[in-house]
Design a protein around this ligand. Structure first.
Ligand SMILES: Cc1cc2nc3c(=O)[nH]c(=O)nc-3n(C[C@H](O)[C@H](O)[C@H](O)COP(=O)(O)O)c2cc1C
Length: 355
């Protein structure tokens, strides 16, 4: 199970637990590290103080290396970068890239930079900016997602870049791990599978909805923040889809205010961050302005346990998941199954060759 990814991240197995706002807390990250995987703390919805406390909590529960996820558009992003450096965090992940200068600063501190991308051109750009490895997320993945399926995106990106790749979007077991490795990935990254574990802090009422939803009811919408996002279809999403532009804008402003308060900044600082991000990237200003929408709508289901009054980001893979294992059993099961599957594929291939 040693791959370029395990060597880079210092973990036992090529299995990443991705950051998920309100879900990937210190307990989940520590449990992943203790089981031999590599976890990311969901720093994008935290204040700098909360991130610092989260890092301390992880270290009190585990000696394993771990990472922190953050968004460059939050007003205190530079502070978060300094915290990661000060606490010698092993890796950082992000989906909207920091500047080349920030990446250089992180790399000078020996922090592994591993962004998530949903398109080949973003993977190429991320490597040009200095990424040490890439998580590619196919369209079946949860939360913000692209339009290209994992089975297409992985070979497409593999041919275009040389750094280690973790494949994400649709993974839950050992067969998936073997398939990803066979297609040229150096490991897998999973969100939804870890959300549906014992250590995940998501309220039971919300987990029950995930367990009971078939894949075709896990859909993509741009109504949250203008970017495609995969989530469970529910009455709340229906209401959003029917909202007028004015209604959506009003909601974005209110959520922007609440997000600024929650992450310890001012609305002006958040707007300035959104403007900088808009200038640096290829999204519209409206899209960057609405970026705070998703975390606030997700909170209702993920923290407060009101799945009917909020958004439930999810990969389609939730439609195949029926249990809530402890993270240790989950990872051990994936590794055991991967070894068995790899062996059985070998047998079949050599059997065919002998004819
Ligand atoms: C509930 C939920 C919240 C998420 N929040 C974040 C986030 O804060 N930052 C981020 O980079 N990705 C986020 N994602 C995307 C995941 O990190 C991951 O890339 C995705 O879940 C992989 O696909 P899978 O669900 O099929 O495993 C989120 C996904 C889910 C399901």
């Amino acid at each position: 199970m040693d791959t370029r990814l395990t060597a880079l991240l210092g973990c036992r197995y090529p299995i990443i637990q991705t950051a998920m706002g309100w879900v990937a807390d210190a307990r989940l990250v520590a449990a992943t590290g203790n089981a031999g995987g590599f976890g990311f703390l969901a720093g994008a919805v935290m204040t700098p103080d909360e991130i610092e406390r989260g890092i301390a909590d992880i270290k009190s529960m585990s000696d394993a290396p771990f990472g922190v996820n953050f968004h460059m558009y939050v007003p205190h992003a530079d502070e978060i970068v300094d915290i990661c450096i000060r606490h010698k965090v092993k890796a950082v992940s992000y989906s909207r890239s920091p500047s080349a200068t920030t990446i250089e600063k992180l790399k000078a501190a020996a922090i592994v930079c591993i962004p998530t991308v949903g398109a080949k051109r973003h993977a190429v750009k991320a490597v040009e900016l200095g990424a040490d490895a890439i998580v590619i997320q196919g369209g079946e993945g949860g939360g913000h997602t692209g339009s290209v399926a994992t089975s297409i995106l992985l070979p497409q990106v593999r041919e275009a870049i040389d750094v280690p790749i973790a494949a994400a979007g649709g993974f839950r077991d050992g067969s998936g791990l073997v398939a990803a490795l066979a297609m040229g990935a150096d490991g897998i990254a999973m969100g939804t599978r870890f959300l549906l574990s014992q250590e995940s802090p998501v309220p039971e009422s919300t987990k029950a909805i995930y367990l009971g939803t078939p894949p075709e009811k896990i859909v993509v919408s741009t109504k949250l923040d203008g970017l495609p996002q995969r989530m469970i279809a529910n009455a709340y999403l229906d209401r959003l889809i029917q909202s007028s532009h004015v209604g959506l804008l009003a909601r974005a402003v209110l959520n922007g205010l609440a997000f600024s308060r929650m992450t310890g900044g001012s609305l002006i600082a958040t707007l300035t961050g959104a403007w900088k991000m808009y200038r640096a990237g290829d999204e519209s200003f409206g899209q960057t302005l609405m970026a705070a929408n998703s975390p606030m709508m997700i909170q209702e289901a993920m923290v407060k346990g009101n799945p009917e009054n909020g958004i439930l980001p999810s990969g389609q893979v939730a439609g195949l998941i029926q249990d809530l294992p402890a993270v240790e059993d989950l990872i051990a099961g994936i590794v055991g199954e991967a070894k068995a599957r790899a062996a059985s594929v070998n047998l079949t291939v050599s059997g065919k060759q002998s004819h």
